[in-house]
Write a protein that binds this ligand. Sequence first.
Ligand code: NDP
Length: 333
Amino acid sequence: IPMAAAKKAKAIRVHELGGPEVMRWEEVEVEDPKEGEIRIRTTAIGVNFIDVYYRKGVYAAPALPFTPGREAVGVVTAVGPGLTGRKVGDVVAYAGNPMGSYAQEQVLPASVAVPVPPSVDHKEAASVMLKGMTAHVLLRRVFKVESGHTVLVHAAAGGVGSLLCQWASALGATVIGTVSTEEKAAQATQDGCHHVIMYTKEDVVTRVREITSGKGVNVVYDSVGKDTYKASVECLASRGCLVSFGQSSGLPDPIPMSDLASKSLFLTRPSLMHYTAIRDELLESAGEVFANVANGVLRVRVNHTYPLSEAARAHADLESRKTSGSIVLIPDT
Ligand code: NDP
């Protein structure tokens, strides 16, 4: 069984919670993979808003210091004792658990890694693994979008938003997206949004009422949270579903049951990890994403790349709404 010796690598480390500047580029010891584990040399790392929540302490962070990041593509450099089905040199990707992908090397349970098809390059894979599986889960499992549905997607030009719009449109839905700028509006239109609302200039509820002739939408995919919750409820049709899957603007206030009773609404707060914890479900989601990249249903938007050592800059840009599409970190060599 190939077992490489423990070694040093560089990683981003968070020693205290706070702004992007708390992320430091440091040398760390990389462990050998234990039973059931593999070690990868990362080649492309996906940046996700969840990394910001952990860095700031919006989600309870692990013990300090920690290495952030929940998505990477890499090449297997060592496999744990007795592990079959994986070998040194395999190209794999993972999204979700464990944390620690902002690193040149990472040890992972083999059960979370999926093979990356050779047709998808590493940067592309790192840009669609977590965000694409999120889109899959939200559109196919959490609320099953059908042809004829009208859907509202907030942050339509964002990493997840771009994929949600493309996929929902391919499913035959009428897609309404909200964005902050003209540039993002143009991207959302290219991504299959039938109606784009620039929320910085237009009132979202009024526009959705106009577009839907007063009926409202079947489902709202809301990742913005605090700033959008109220409008999201108002935009829903009778018996509509609010899928609250993030809080880029902060956690929404506690929600009174009467908000739902007013239109017999459904409310769900899904997390990707609960929908991919079972290996078969993980493989199905990842398989659908990679197939849709290969067949052109999903256009990959790696709009921003940064060296891993400059992860702080990536976070600052993501948090200040400067980015669109996906952000990928490339490990410094
Ligand atoms: P995005 O690329 O979507 O970036 C966030 C975007 O949200 C911004 O570009 C901006 O778009 C919009 N936004 C609105 N208000 C704010 C604000 N106050 N601060 C920052 N951004 C704001 O990020 P991701 O694609 O990585 O993630 C999107 C969301 O999906 C996040 O909330 C994330 O937590 C969530 N998510 C949830 C998952 C789950 O399992 N539940 C899994 C994956 C992601 P604009 O300029 O157009 O307003």
